[in-house]
Design a protein around this ligand. Structure first.
Ligand code: CO
Length: 136
């Protein structure tokens, strides 16, 4: 089902501080412009690496799911892994057949393509995002 690792999502209390860490300490040079995904309650940007991307996520709005994560991990931390799949709806159906809980219907992700999230309790403790690859 899964193809390449598209990105690793990192939650942070401050997007600007996270950008500074990856840029100034780790020496990353390519970042996308910060953007807000209102429906998902996040402000984010991508740190673009040679073989993958790091999605830096800050809570946006009172209802942001990132608030709960930061309550448990105040300094931030690894939030999810995002794998590419050719067809998110087909992947959701296949996961449901396997008894894995998909969190909500497909929605538009940060790359503008459909995404779903799979419950960490059914994914070995890791929140998994499945996304259709950009440019398809
Ligand atoms: Co993501």
């Amino acid at each position: 089902m899964i193809g390449r690792l598209n990105h690793v999502g990192i939650a942070t209390p401050s997007l600007e501080a996270a950008i500074a860490l990856y840029r100034d300490v780790l020496g990353a040079t390519r970042f996308t412009e910060p953007m807000v995904l209102e429906a998902q309650g996040v402000r984010l940007c991508f740190c673009v690496l040679a073989n993958s991307e790091i999605e830096l996520l800050e809570p946006w709005g009172e209802a942001s799911p990132i608030h709960g994560f930061l309550a448990r991990n105040p300094a931030g931390g690894m939030h999810h892994l995002a794998f590419e799949v050719p067809d998110v709806a087909a992947a959701a159906a296949a996961l449901a057949r396997e008894g894995a809980r998909v969190l909500g219907p497909p929605r538009k992700g940060a790359h503008g393509t459909p995404v779903i999230f799979v419950h960490p309790r059914d994914m070995g403790g890791v929140l998994v995002e499945l996304m259709e690859p950009p440019g398809h």
